[in-house]
Write a protein of this length. Sequence first.
Length: 173
Amino acid sequence: MLIRRGTDADDAAIRVVHDAAFAKPDAPGAETVEAKLVGELRADGDLLPALSLVAEIDGRIAGHVCCSHARIGSTPGPVGLGPLGVLPELQSTGVGSALMHAVIAAADALDLPAIVLLGSPGYYSRFGFAPAAEFGITPSTPDWEPYFQVRPLTTYSKDLTGTFHYAPAFDRL
């Protein structure tokens, strides 16, 4: 498996990954919110190319993770992670974990202070994510609180507190 930066040539395969990974049983083949989100983040210029990574196995895109611009209050700096998708037949094989380790390392190498996400605490805690409230960071939507998490990175500062805002494409979901 090769984890690498996604390219424009990967866009269609990335869409396939997210549509397959998040397909609804009652709407097979329909565009998923996650696939649409990646496209809108890209179109808005909020998708961070250095943090849009694909997992390639035998020349095929098997998974994708991305981060986008975000802010706490009016301060830019942390990034929002998501979506993370893996082809269904390759889930639970380490592809998602490899993508997570790679995107965390890449964000840290870019001197970003933190990664924020909405997701299962049981899954993401293994990558160093913890409840955002522990860091004084609150979601813009209070209902997110149980799933709202932060992964501090090397340049994280305890002064980074307040209400977190994803890129505008998230608000259009």
